[in-house]
Unconditional design. Structure first.
Length: 123
């Protein structure tokens, strides 16, 4: 059994297709909410909005962790995932600069193309 038009899969497939070396642990984080997030991941470099998502880069250089709130609309959560994966692509120090923006735009565009093909195929 599988979901044939899963927008989250479209985002991850898009990101991995564009950036084959991309690696991250992605999970739903039901604890996301404002200040609690900042306390939990004080070293996280980015917050789309504190209650929506984060990217955490471990000090030891290990696999980045991406958390997305399950308390938002599906389409918003997919955009947050693309946003956070762009941070992984751009790196810890990139912030929301040009490299991040280019990665986000590419991932977002490719994911939308994947979903459009699913809908065209009647999935």
């Amino acid at each position: 059994m599988y979901i044939d038009n899963d927008i989250f899969s479209a985002v991850t497939v898009a990101a991995k297709g564009l950036y084959p070396e991309l690696d991250a642990l992605i999970h739903w984080d039901p604890t996301l909410s404002g200040d609690d997030l900042k306390d939990k991941f004080s070293r996280a470099i980015t917050f789309k909005k504190p209650e929506f998502g984060y990217t955490f880069f471990p000090d030891d250089g290990g696999t980045p962790v991406v958390g997305v709130s399950p308390h938002i609309k599906v389409t918003a959560a997919a955009e947050v995932l693309a946003h956070e994966l762009a941070h992984v692509v751009a790196g810890k120090e990139a912030g929301h600069g040009r490299e991040w923006s280019d990665a986000f735009d590419a991932i977002h565009k490719r994911a939308n193309e994947i979903m459009a093909r699913c809908w065209e195929d009647g999935s």
